[in-house]
Design a binder for this molecule. Structure first.
Ligand SMILES: [Zn+2]
Length: 176
């Protein structure tokens, strides 16, 4: 269940400052699925949470220098146990897609919801993650009927050549 303020009731809530208003009268019609691990291949959510809160210590790992000063967020994060954390209200614009295009419309952040699956392009996802994702999508579709089956895509679908996530190990049959 998504409450009136746009927060999923059965989730951890860690409000991120990285969001703003969607353009006026925007219809939310797209779900973008990502994978994330920080540093790469580390599936602990702690650094991801810090990144979305602008609290990541960029000196604590060599890789973090590459993403220094990056201001990003996602509406949802699903950890390896299937636990869902929400960072941004679904009614607000999270900063997850970057330069992107869906069916000839640019700036997918305007009209989409971002869901990060903790994982990488090199490994399978956990069944618990798929189970939570499926439930989450169901809740979101109830609130946003414009999210049709074809409007659930990977980051790589809306930013081809630039992004590869959720990667070859993401099994689309598990959520369809
Ligand atoms: Zn992504």
């Amino acid at each position: 269940m998504i409450n009136q303020e746009g927060w999923l009731e059965q989730s951890n809530k860690i409000p991120s400052p990285n969001f703003d208003d969607r353009p006026k009268n925007t219809e939310i019609k797209l779900i973008v699925i990502h994978n994330i691990s920080l540093p790469p291949e580390n599936f602990n959510p702690a650094n991801i949470e810090k990144l979305f809160l602008n609290k990541l210590d960029f000196d604590s790992h060599e890789y973090f220098k590459e993403i220094q000063d990056l201001k990003v967020s996602s509406h949802f994060l699903i950890d390896r146990e299937g636990q869902i954390t929400q960072f941004v209200s679904v009614y607000k614009r999270a900063w997850h897609a970057g330069k992107s295009n869906f069916k000839n419309e640019d700036n997918c952040n305007d009209f989409s919801l971002g869901i990060e699956m903790i994982g990488s392009d090199n490994s399978i996802f956990e069944n618990k993650q798929y189970a939570s994702l499926k439930k989450l999508i169901k809740s979101l579709k109830k609130v946003f009927p414009k999210i049709l089956e074809d409007n659930i895509v990977g980051h790589s679908d809306i930013a081809p050549g630039r992004k590869t996530d959720p990667g070859p190990f993401f099994d689309w049959t598990k959520i369809r």
